[in-house]
Ligand binder design. Structure first.
Ligand SMILES: [Zn+2]
Length: 259
């Protein structure tokens, strides 16, 4: 396979991954997926500023520099404001190949309530057993920055990226959403999707416990060992999910694939 052919396979995975994240309501008109360029690790690729469901062709994609999050082509179409989330993760972690930033509704309560999001079931063992960290972008706003919770520059992106130290895969963002980092597009989609599902499950379980007079401490969460084992297994099992999810979006006329 030539480098050009390899890049085309990444384009197709990226576009389908974006469609999958919309199909499963991880992304709506906002939020984004990205991937590190497969043959030049100093670059990464994201869509132009467009709803992920509508990404369809190579013309919708922009190649950015990791070092500053800016397009290599100054005449590129308008880019997402929050591309610095992605650039700084790639900058800090050479092994990371893909990232997702989402505003999924089921996760938001855990960003504002001081209730820690924890791995509740076997599909979400990749979540930090001690509780997924919550980053507050308000702490990073400089005197000339707009205080609107968005990650608008490399300084704010760097502060968020540090939350992924130690192999952490998911970071919540106060009043905003969450970001995941992974070693492949498929695994980034897997993490993003099951973070959303785990949040919904935890909210439901906490409601049941509260109705029965208990608290979060009474939930039977994954142990540290169980979470570790399930995390190690995720790259293998994610392939099965990916095949299903690609088939789902391939059969839906909303999602176009032109590469
Ligand atoms: Zn955002």
């Amino acid at each position: 396979m030539t480098d050009a052919e390899l890049l085309q396979t990444y384009y197709r995975s990226f576009i389908r991954g974006s469609h999958i994240l919309h199909f499963h309501q991880v992304l709506d008109a906002y939020g984004h997926l990205s991937f590190r360029h497969p043959t030049d690790p100093s670059l990464f690729v994201m869509a132009r500023s467009v709803a992920p469901a509508l990404i369809a062709t190579e013309k919708d994609l922009i190649t950015f520099r990791v070092r500053d999050g800016e397009p290599i082509d100054p005449d590129s179409p308008k880019a997402y404001i929050e591309r610095y989330i992605h650039s700084e993760i790639y900058h800090r972690f050479p092994d990371i190949q893909a990232a997702v930033h989402s505003h999924a509704e089921s996760v938001i309560p855990f960003t504002i309530s001081d209730v820690p999001l924890k791995p509740c079931y076997h599909m979400a063992g990749f979540l930090a057993s001690s509780g997924v960290p919550v980053h507050d972008s308000a702490d990073d706003v400089g005197p000339s920055d707009i205080p609107d919770l968005l990650v608008r520059n490399t300084t704010m992106g760097e502060a968020l990226a540090k939350r992924f130290d130690g192999g952490n895969k998911v970071t919540l963002m106060r009043g905003h959403g969450y970001t995941v980092a992974a070693i492949s597009i498929e695994l980034a989609v897997f993490y993003a999707l099951y973070t959303q599902k785990n949040a919904a499950i935890q909210t439901a379980a906490m409601g049941l416990r509260a109705a029965a007079g208990g608290s979060m401490q009474d939930l039977h969460l994954l142990s540290v060992d169980e979470a570790r084992e399930r995390t190690a297994f995720a790259p293998t099992t994610a392939k099965r999910a990916w095949e299903l999810w690609v088939t789902e979006v391939s059969g839906c006329p909303l999602y176009k694939l032109g590469v």
